[in-house]
Design a binder for this molecule. Structure first.
Ligand code: ATP
Ligand code: MG
Length: 226
């Protein structure tokens, strides 16, 4: 199994009391699958995505990649897994506005210490793939929402992750751009066999995934397609 969650629980202290957001999440995902997670605001979707992405630690329960339990004591191993195997696409892009398109997309390569030749090659290939090559010197603040999201996806793909986590990636896009971004995800999943877990409020988009889960009252319930 590529990814497995076993009895994941997560509580937060909100200043007054402890609230249990995730009450026992079990999920198995095969390599290359596409999973959608839907649920009301505040139900814990981002919390769950952060735990899968090892950005956050569960209060209890286990997370396994390729059958191997995540060891939260092993900071180095965790950061390696996060950098090399997992790509994140956030709802609000998290791009660096003062840098241009090319500079934004290559950030993971710079952090990873790849050679500049390699970085350039991957950067230009990705921009070409995303149809953003003509914008390579444009500053981020001059881009449309759809272009920003494509750039954020490109950046998440820079180190060829096995798992792509996307938190409402079409939430701020007009229907046309949302469709384009969705198609990009579907193509990437097919071409590179990237496993995709996507949080979305859009049921039409959710239904394009292999499985849809509803996060409600701390549990995941599979939504069976009619
Ligand atoms: N670091 C934190 N400290 C305290 N409470 C938190 C923290 N992170 C999340 N929460 C709480 O956990 C609950 C779930 O938050 P989360 O952001 O996961 O919801 P969500 O389903 O992603 O919502 P949305 O659809 O609005 O993005 C909320 O009540 C939130 O206030
Ligand atoms: Mg959220």
């Amino acid at each position: 199994m590529f990814l497995e969650l076993r009895g994941i629980k997560k509580s937060f202290f909100n200043g007054e009391k402890v609230i249990e957001v995730l009450k026992g999440i079990d999920l198995k995902v095969e390599r290359g699958e596409k999973i959608a997670i839907v649920g009301p605001s505040g139900s814990g979707k981002t919390t769950l995505l952060n735990i899968v992405g090892t950005i956050d630690k569960p209060t209890s329960g286990e997370l396994l990649f390729n059958g191997k339990k995540i060891d939260y004591e092993n900071d180095e191993g965790l950061s390696l897994l996060r950098r090399k195997k997992i790509g994140f696409v956030f709802q609000f892009y998290h791009l660096l506005p003062e840098l241009n398109v090319f500079e934004n997309i290559i950030i993971p390569g710079l952090i990873e210490g790849l050679s500049f030749r390699n970085i350039e090659k991957i950067g230009y290939e990705l921009l070409d793939r995303l149809k953003l090559l003509h914008k390579k010197e444009a500053r981020v603040y001059t881009l449309s929402g759809g272009e920003r999201q494509k750039l954020a996806i490109g950046r998440a793909l820079f180190l060829k992750p096995e798992l792509l986590l996307a938190d409402e990636p079409t939430g701020n896009l007009d229907p046309e751009s949302a469709k384009e971004v969705l198609n990009l995800f579907l193509e990437l999943n097919k071409e590179f066999h990237i496993t995709l877990i996507m949080v979305t409020h859009n049921m039409e988009i959710a239904k394009k995934m292999d499985r849809v889960y509803l996060l409600k009252e701390g549990f995941l319930v599979e939504y069976k397609k009619p």
